[in-house]
Ligand binder design. Sequence first.
Ligand SMILES: [Zn+2]
Length: 80
Amino acid sequence: MIGIDLSTGMLIYLIIWLLTIAILWARELWRVKVTDWRISRSRLFRCDHCQYAFLTKENSNITRCPRCNSMCILRKNNSF
Ligand SMILES: [Zn+2]
């Protein structure tokens, strides 16, 4: 059996908690970076069927309208 004194045990306990907090903090920073919304003209879509304007996360040229579920194609010179 491994015998440790109280101060060593408390130090190990503290290190484990600090590592846990650091891991959770890094995970939160990564999650905020991944799910961050930035409004830009390239991500703004307008549905041709219902004229609903919405933002999309992906930087793609085609997406589905959240209102009518029809396919929307991004045009380069769309004016709002
Ligand atoms: Zn629509």
